[in-house]
Write a protein that binds this ligand. Structure first.
Ligand code: FMN
Length: 210
């Protein structure tokens, strides 16, 4: 067991690696943005989460931006009010991971990492052509969190693009069929199996496999 003092005593990078693994398997997605002059930016994040379905809202957490640091994704979202979230497939993992490097503001990660842009009329941010699930969002809420200076970003879903054969009749998407990976910490990318799906749970019966 590790107690609070053991954790606080760990070397900084080792502590970060440990704590980043605690939430378990997480989504890994690429956030596409552009500045007001259309210069594009792409950044991998693993903090995307569901906020609500009606209206359709997704959230994410962006690291603190103290004076002296550059947060291109955050700056672009605040400047244009729009961004895209693009799932990562197995063939994209190395290029997607590369986007986490500290590129200069003038250098687009699309070019540097070998990913191509797709633009949709009326949306101010680029999608990742190679991604099997592409989501366009408009910023709805931005909250710098008092606890540690991270930024909570909540956006409304404006468009969703994926192959129709992955859309099940009940509305769910077969993410495994699309080849989408899941992430662990800041360096692990895993393919998932078929898994198990269960019917809506009721108190008095064991949920049925579907
Ligand atoms: C697997 C992985 C997950 C990451 N998740 C996040 C995240 O949720 N939020 C964040 O702010 N940075 C996250 N990062 C770090 C960003 O990718 C990195 O800071 C990037 O350089 C930001 O680029 P930008 O300044 O162009 O926005 C993650 C990095 C990796 C490798």
């Amino acid at each position: 067991m590790l107690d609070k003092d053991d954790i606080a005593g760990l070397e900084r990078r080792k502590r970060a690696a440990l704590i980043n693994c605690l939430p378990g398997f997480k989504p890994v997605v690429l956030v596409g943005t552009a500045d007001t002059k259309h210069a594009t930016n792409l950044s991998i994040i693993n903090s995307c989460f569901h906020v609500g379905a009606a209206p359709a809202l997704l959230g994410m957490i962006i690291r603190p931006a103290p004076a002296g640091t550059e947060r291109h994704t955050l700056d672009n979202i605040l400047a244009t009010g729009q961004y895209t979230i693009n799932a990562v497939s197995e063939s994209m993992t190395q290029r997607a991971h590369h986007t986490s490097a500290r590129f200069d503001r003038g250098q687009s990660e699309f070019d540097a990492c070998g990913l191509s842009e797709r633009w949709l009329d009326g949306h101010a941010a680029p999608f990742v052509t190679d991604s099997p699930l592409q989501i366009g969002l408009t910023l709805q809420e931005h909250q710098p969190l008092a606890i540690n200076g991270t930024h909570l970003i909540i956006g409304s879903v404006e468009s969703i693009q994926f192959a129709s054969e992955a859309w099940r009749a009940d509305g769910t998407i077969d993410l495994a069929l699309l080849g989408i990976v899941t992430g662990v910490g800041l360096d692990g990318y895993h393919l998932v199996g078929d898994g198990h799906r269960y019917a809506y749970a009721k108190p008095d019966t064991r949920p049925e496999l579907i």
